[in-house]
Write a protein that binds this ligand. Structure first.
Ligand SMILES: Cc1cc2nc3c(=O)[nH]c(=O)nc-3n(C[C@H](O)[C@H](O)[C@H](O)COP(=O)(O)OP(=O)(O)OC[C@H]3O[C@@H](n4cnc5c(N)ncnc54)[C@H](O)[C@@H]3O)c2cc1C
Length: 320
């Protein structure tokens, strides 16, 4: 399994990077390469031109710059003070070695994953490929006009959604912002609502009131030391005089998109996270998530665990 030949471009500025992506039809952006390059080895989504973002200072300077590694974020004392759940989530991604290379941009723009897709070319030839690779049929939900249901499995996105955050993209005109809530599309292949092929993530900015929120993230995975989430729930609570005045619940690894769940969050407002209210919100979330049969754990177990993860996250948001 060799990585197919490609041309590596090393632009020095965002402007140059956008121009290169516009010039070539078949391109991918490269952060740390911890996801993109293993996929290339397996012949998944290979392009002829790779544009490395590693030389772009503007991606490394802001504290939530797309080019900062997860290891840097995990060890950033200021971020730990301001957004402790973000730093905590970064520390649960993959392994320490991977986090040394893995960037925030690569994590948020992580490709979706599926049991039928993330396989070697030989495996796909032997067992039949899928809609996201070489086939016109989804192996998970094979009906006509089907849509790819590969799962979004990044750990950082739900935490940003719980704090309230905005993504800043490099464009041919300079930059533009997109609320994180409107970034991803519920389609395992298309992945984003409207991010042009030449656009890429520059940085993330937290909402002005983000530090008023208490946020906690809970993750389900096979091996604690290593694995992608099989389910992830971030809860965010804004307290005032001992009462919940606003709440957010966001998930990852349950659909093709990380997403906010307004119904379970709404029942929390006005109370003080009483046990029965936490139970009610968690049960609403369990009912709402729709895991597919495309990861290691069974959809039934992952769905059941949404309730447990949600309750744990909410219980961690109580004032100490
Ligand atoms: C063994 C293993 C375990 C893992 N476990 C986890 C886990 O627990 N949780 C988790 O979240 N991830 C996990 N990952 C996935 C991955 O390592 C991380 O998500 C990492 O943060 C990806 O960042 P990267 O810079 O290496 O991305 P890359 O591999 O460089 O890129 C990933 C994708 O993002 C795009 N991209 C990169 N930078 C940008 C940018 N600035 N703007 C737009 N698009 C961009 C690339 O084109 C590509 O499509 C795991 C990977 C491995 C190999």
């Amino acid at each position: 399994m060799r990585i197919p030949d490609f041309t590596l471009h090393r632009p020095a500025t965002s402007k140059e990077a956008v121009a290169l992506a516009k010039e070539f039809e078949s391109t991918d952006f490269l952060g740390g390469g911890t996801d993109l390059l293993p996929n290339y080895k397996w012949g998944l989504g290979c392009r002829e031109n790779i544009i490395s973002l590693r030389g772009l200072a503007e991606l490394r300077e802001p504290s939530l710059g797309a080019g900062r590694t997860l290891w840097e974020i995990e060890n950033d004392a200021e971020l730990a003070e301001q957004f402790p759940a973000l730093v905590e989530a970064a520390s649960h991604v993959a392994t320490p070695l991977i986090r040394r290379s893995a960037t925030l941009g690569g994590n948020l723009f992580l490709d979706t994953r599926c049991w039928h897709f993330n396989q070697t070319a030989d495996w796909r030839r032997a067992h039949g490929s899928c809609l996201k690779a070489e086939s016109d049929q989804c192996r998970v939900m094979p009906d006509p006009g089907n849509i790819c249901v590969a799962t979004y499995s990044g750990d950082m996105a739900p935490v940003f959604l719980a704090y309230g955050a905005t993504a800043f993209l490099a464009t041919s005109e300079g930059e533009r912002s997109v609320s994180m809530n409107n970034l991803w599309a519920p389609d395992g292949i298309r992945r984003f609502q409207d991010v042009g092929g030449e656009e890429f993530l520059l940085r993330v900015e937290m909402a002005e009131d983000a530090q008023e929120w208490t946020v906690a993230y809970q993750k389900l995975r096979l091996r604690e030391s290593f694995d992608f989430p099989e389910g992830g729930v971030a809860a965010g609570i804004r307290w005032q005089d001992g009462k919940v005045v606003d709440a957010r619940i966001a998930t990852t690894a349950y659909e093709s998109v990380p997403m906010l769940h307004s119904e379970p969050a709404a029942v929390l407002v006005g109370g003080s996270l009483e046990e029965d209210v936490v139970e009610q919100a968690s049960e609403l979330l369990r009912a709402e998530v729709r895991p597919m049969k495309n990861t290691s754990m069974s959809p039934a177990y992952r769905k059941k665990m949404a309730r447990v993860l949600c309750a744990r996250a909410l219980n961690s948001c109580r004032p100490v």
